[in-house]
Design a protein around this ligand. Structure first.
Ligand SMILES: NC(=O)c1ccc[n+]([C@@H]2O[C@H](COP(=O)([O-])OP(=O)(O)OC[C@H]3O[C@@H](n4cnc5c(N)ncnc54)[C@H](O)[C@@H]3O)[C@@H](O)[C@H]2O)c1
Length: 428
């Protein structure tokens, strides 16, 4: 097949990754079908409402009005589609192993509609070998030949929620096909929306690229978290150390400590790789160590809170504690895997009276208790301790410290407050 462009594209899974991708294809004049099994999400989109922070509802409304952007929970649109991008979740199951059920469900739903010249691209993060070993066999049932009758590739999503500088348009796209023809077809698809394509030898290389990127982050964050604990023991300010180290113009890249990893990617993706390696009798040592350090951070923060209160002759039990920011990173509303949830739960178990404040999360359920977001501009002196977990840009940190009696800052959010206020602040 010698196709130079695509006209009709479907995106399966309209979440953080899939919805912006679908709209991007639409922006570049393609006819787009967004398919999601969550009927509530489809109904919201149909009414012109976005549930993704980075996608304003206005854009969804405008796209729907063009009659070239359709959303549905039914797969039959796939019969007339040139290409499908799969952007479904890849979480861990209860025993912390890869859960490919969403990918399998999506591929099994595509298979009846697989037709000549169709391109299928998996974007969901997964372990090397998934496209070839899990997706491909399910698509071969009809007897069509991959790389000749239809095309299959992996292209990792590199979306960074809340990032105002980098988005789909200016982030190079890595593509690895099952065959060279598959890579070429996928290149043609993404050329519609991405200026720079990076083709790699095969699908498993592309799968590994994503895991290197995210493991690199997980390991470096673990390293700096451990540095923070060592600095604490040595009486050195880790934030000052990092700020000074990053003045080196080569060979150093700053990473910052924090209360723990969150979100759907960094805590989860490296586990996909270590799991795959375990099946090959290989222990991914860096990943295991990074996981041990990063997952211990919420407990470390709670210990630090206990020490901070102890200095004031108080205990966690019976103290009134305000958690500032509960999302896993700043300026977004995503609380998946957020360390704030672990910290609140640990504090509750230790008998603290816990409150939280977050402009992006009006209500939160922890330990079967429903908490409502506390208005940060109200009285803060009633709290024995105010702990900054997420450094949202909208907060006025000078005002928070002024009003609070004692602050634990896990993000160096208070770095620019006047020196006179700094004695109220303990840093990670
Ligand atoms: N969120 C990020 O920042 C990010 C960044 C890079 C890569 N990724 C990866 O992208 C993938 C998707 O992540 P996300 O954050 O967009 O997930 P999400 O949970 O926000 O969205 C996934 C969507 O898929 C839908 N879905 C589930 N099964 C389906 C099916 N069989 N058919 C159609 N729709 C289905 C769900 O209803 C949901 O709306 C994951 O593999 C993730 O690791 C995420």
């Amino acid at each position: 097949m010698n196709r130079n462009s695509f006209q009709k594209v479907a995106v399966l899974g309209l979440g953080y990754v899939g919805l912006p991708l679908a709209l991007e294809f639409h922006n570049h004049d393609l006819e787009v079908w967004g398919i999601d099994t969550d009927i509530n999400r489809i109904n919201q989109l149909k009414s012109g409402t976005s549930y993704i922070d980075d996608v304003p509802s206005e854009i969804v409304k405008k796209a729907l009005a063009t009659n070239r952007f359709f959303v549905t929970n039914e797969y039959n649109a796939l019969s007339k589609i040139d290409a499908v991008c799969i952007c479904v979740p890849t979480p861990l199951n209860k025993i912390q192993e890869p859960d490919l059920s969403f990918i399998i469900q999506a591929v099994d739903a595509i298979e009846p509609y697989l037709h000549k010249d169709m391109l299928i691209v998996l974007e969901s993060t997964t372990y090397p070998g998934t496209t070839e070993e899990v997706v491909l066999p399910r698509l071969l049932k009809k007897g069509l030949q991959v790389g000749k009758d239809f095309y299959l590739a992996f292209s990792p999503e590199r979306y960074d929620p809340g990032n105002k500088q980098f988005n789909i348009r200016n982030t190079p796209k890595v593509i690895g096909g099952i065959t060279p023809a598959c890579t070429q077809q996928a290149e043609k698809l993404y050329k519609h929306i991405v200026p720079k394509i990076v083709p790699v030898s095969n699908a498993r290389t592309a799968e590994m690229v994503k895991l290197l990127e995210n493991t690199f982050r997980a390991v470096n964050i673990a390293l700096v978290n451990e540095m923070a604990m060592m600095c604490d023991t040595l009486g050195i300010d880790i934030w000052e150390v990092i700020d000074s180290a990053k003045t080196k113009p080569f060979g150093f890249m700053p990473f910052y400590p924090g209360p723990g990893l969150g979100g759907h990617c960094i805590p989860v993706d490296p586990v996909y790789l270590s799991w795959k390696m375990k099946t090959l009798n290989y222990t991914a040592r860096f990943i295991e160590l990074a996981r041990t350090i990063n997952s211990a951070m919420p407990r470390y923060v709670v210990e630090k809170m206990a020490d901070t209160l102890n200095e004031k002759k108080k205990s966690i039990q019976g103290s009134k504690i305000l958690i500032v920011g509960v999302t896993y990173k700043k300026d977004i509303s995503d609380i998946r895997e957020s360390p704030a949830l672990d910290i609140i739960s640990l504090l509750m178990k230790k008998g603290a009276e816990v409150y939280y404040s977050d402009p992006y999360v009006i209500q939160l359920e922890v330990e079967e208790k429903i908490l409502q977001s506390y208005q940060i501009n109200k009285d803060l002196s009633q709290f024995d301790l105010v702990t900054i977990i997420t450094d949202h840009s909208t907060y006025n940190y000078e005002e928070i410290v002024t009003k609070a009696s004692l602050v634990l800052d896990t993000r160096n959010a208070t770095k620019n407050i006047p020196p006179s206020l700094k004695e109220k602040v303990i840093k990670l």
